[in-house]
Write a protein that binds this ligand. Structure first.
Ligand code: PMP
Length: 417
């Protein structure tokens, strides 16, 4: 699979060679880097991509959930063009940020007040800062295998040398007793518990509702700020996973698709915590209210990704996963797709998976084989085997995916668990 990939992608390889001379590792976004070199894309339309070697792909990577609207949604392009027509970088507040803030406050149960950032990473850094200021404590409880941004990633073992120097207490995902015990033990130093309601990068592993409910209760009892990182999961309903589950955190962080595909992040929550930003805590950022993101966000959230559309996409994703898993079970393998709604990750061990574990060498090899086989069939996924459906993906595209997964399972049957 590897030799065929190299032979088929000479332009990507040449670009990588040049990139390595000017960027360490040949890249400026770690997730896009893989061996022997990543496929470089030239353009996209709808849910389709063309690489620099002229090969076409069905795009089911969906820009790691930020590409919810596909590459050429007319209403978003129009909104951006219209904003461009009124000029870039006005160094001033404007109406679009207030209306986008209003849309978000109206939809996410925990969000009474909200502020914008440029990325999900910044949103999480600011939410943690707010929790520390609000509680007067400094430590944060996070989960092994969780991901909250480039400087807030938590490996399964050891520590990430790039993690900003907040003191972190690490817990195991979906471990009710262990986590509640840690919260009680460290109550007097914990400012926040931060959690993705479904681990995204960690493998599309959903939190059990009883686990999230236990976190809600234990943090309330100890006066600890509960933060839901809904940067990825906010797509699961009009009001994110919190609305779907009926569990309301104190703070929520958002990002990805919410500005229609433009750079975006936001953090929001209860008026007593967010009120600290009335001047007591500063939060600046040249591009926080950049006119392109604000304009695109109003259309994206207000006009296109309505709560009804969110439900439709969720149902389409549930049906997709059931179909793929039906095919795989029928072929006698425990390979399956984890996830909820419109997000899924290929797993090469029996489910249901409660928390990520270090992959075995066989799993690593199968994950790589799956990515390159599916790519060769003309479907672009995240290298880790993650699918994030975008709105332009329809039945014909899902048929193609089902056929590609069935072909993979048949061709590689001897290797699968
Ligand atoms: N939180 C989660 C759950 C994410 O998946 C990501 C990005 N993959 C982030 C935060 C960071 O967002 P950004 O890449 O916009 O900084």
């Amino acid at each position: 699979a590897r030799e065929a990939y190299v032979a088929a992608h000479p332009a990507s390889q040449a670009l990588h060679e040049r990139a390595r001379q000017v960027m360490p590792g040949g890249n400026t976004r770690s997730v896009l880097m893989y061996s022997p070199f990543p496929t470089a894309m030239e353009k996209g339309e709808g849910c389709h991509l063309r690489d620099v070697d002229g090969r076409d792909y069905l795009d089911l990577c969906g820009e790691y959930t930020a590409g919810l609207f596909g590459h050429s949604e007319q209403r978003i392009h129009d909104a951006v063009r219209e904003a461009l027509g009124r000029g870039l970088n006005l160094a001033a507040v404007g109406a679009a940020e207030t209306s986008l803030a209003g849309l978000i406050c109206g939809r996410f149960p925990s969000v009474e007040l909200v502020r914008f950032t440029n990325s999900g990473t910044e949103a999480n850094l600011m939410a943690l800062t707010a929790a520390r200021a609000f509680t007067g404590r400094d430590a944060v409880l996070a989960f092994r295998g969780g991901y909250h941004g480039g400087v807030l990633l938590f490996p399964l073992s050891g520590t990430n040398p790039a993690t900003v120097p907040f003191p972190f207490v690490m817990a195991d995902y979906n471990d009710v007793e262990g986590t509640v015990a840690l919260i009680r033990e460290h109550a007097d130093r914990l400012a926040a518990v931060i959690i993705e309601p479904m681990l995204g990068s960690g493998g599309c592993i959903p939190a059990r509702p009883d686990f999230l409910a236990a976190l809600r209760q234990a943090t309330t009892e100890a006066g600890i700020v509960l933060i839901f990182d809904e940067v990825m999961t906010s797509r699961m309903s009009g009001g994110g996973m919190q609305a779907r589950l009926g569990i309301t955190p104190d703070l929520t962080t958002l990002g990805k698709y919410m500005a229609g595909g433009m750079s975006f992040g936001a953090f929001g929550g209860s008026a007593d915590i967010m009120g600290l930003f009335d001047g007591r805590i500063a939060h600046a950022g040249t591009f926080n209210n950049n006119v392109l993101s604000m304009a695109a966000g109003n259309v994206a959230l207000g006009k296109i990704f309505t709560p009804e559309v969110a439900e439709t996409l969720f149902a389409r994703g549930e049906a997709m996963r059931a179909r793929l898993n039906g095919i795989l079970t029928g072929m006698g393998t425990t390979m399956h797709f984890s996830g909820i709604g419109s997000m899924a990750t290929a797993q090469f061990r029996a489910g249901p998976i409660e928390r990520p574990e270090p992959p075995t060498a066989e799993e690593e090899a199968l994950r790589e084989l799956f990515f390159f086989d599916i790519l060769a069939s003309g479907i672009y996924l995240a290298r880790r085997g993650m699918i994030a459906l975008s709105l332009p993906v329809g039945e014909a595209e899902l048929d193609r995916l089902a056929a590609a997964v069935a072909d993979f399972a048949e061709a590689r049957a001897a290797l699968l668990p």
